[in-house]
Design a protein around this ligand. Sequence first.
Ligand code: GAR
Length: 210
Amino acid sequence: SFPIVVLISGSGSNLQALIDQSLQGVLNVTISAVISNKADAYGLERAKEAGIPTHVLNHKSYGSREEFDTALQSTIDRYHPKLVVLAGFMRILTEDFTRHYEGRMLNIHPSLLPKFKGLNTHQRVIDAKETEHGVSVHFVSAELDAGAVVVQARTPVEPSDNAKTLAERVHKLEHIIYPLAVKWFSEERLTHQDKYAFLDGQKLPVNGLD
Ligand code: GAR
C-alpha cells in the first residue's frame, strides 16, 4: 500500500499512533522506514517491535546542515515514500531539503499555529496566560513552522495547568489528528498547492505565513 517514511528524535508516541492505526487497518499505509537523528530515541524500539527498518543518522557526524540533509534525503529516497512524516523530529531543515519534499512532507507542532512557533510551546502558552492551546499538523515549508495548516485540535488552558499537564493533553490530541491527516493524504483527499493545503478540493484557511 501507500509507502511512508517517519522521522523521529525522541519517544515516538506519534509514530506509535501511526503504527497502531495501520495495524488496525484504519490507516492504509506502509511505514517503510523510521529514521532518527538520535541513537537513543525510544521510537527506534517501537519501530523494531513493529518490524520496521530503522536508520540512525547522527547530525553531529556531519560537517554542516547541508551535508546532514543530503544524507538524510538519500536515506529517505531509497524507500520511495509518497509521504514523509516528521514526528517529533527536532532538526531545522535546509531550504533545499524542504523544497525536495514540497507538498509531500507533514509535521506536527504542539501549538495552535501561527501562534507559538519554535520550542517550549507549553510553557510559553502558560507564561502568555493563553486560555486555549492545542496542536497543528501542517505541510512543511522552508520557513520554520509556517507551512499550510492541515488540521488543528484545541484544549482549554485551566488555571491549575502546568507545562506537563498541558503537554499530556496535547499529546492525546496529537495521536488523534496526526493519523487522520496521514489518512487523508494517503487517500489523496489532502493536497498542497501554491503554499496552501486543500481537503476534498476545499482550500484550508490557515497558512503560517499569514
Ligand atoms: C510532539 O509533542 C510533537 O508535537 C513535538 O515533539 C513531540 C514528539 O513526541 N514536535 C515538535 O515540537 C516539533 N517542533 P513523540 O516523540 O512522542 O511523538
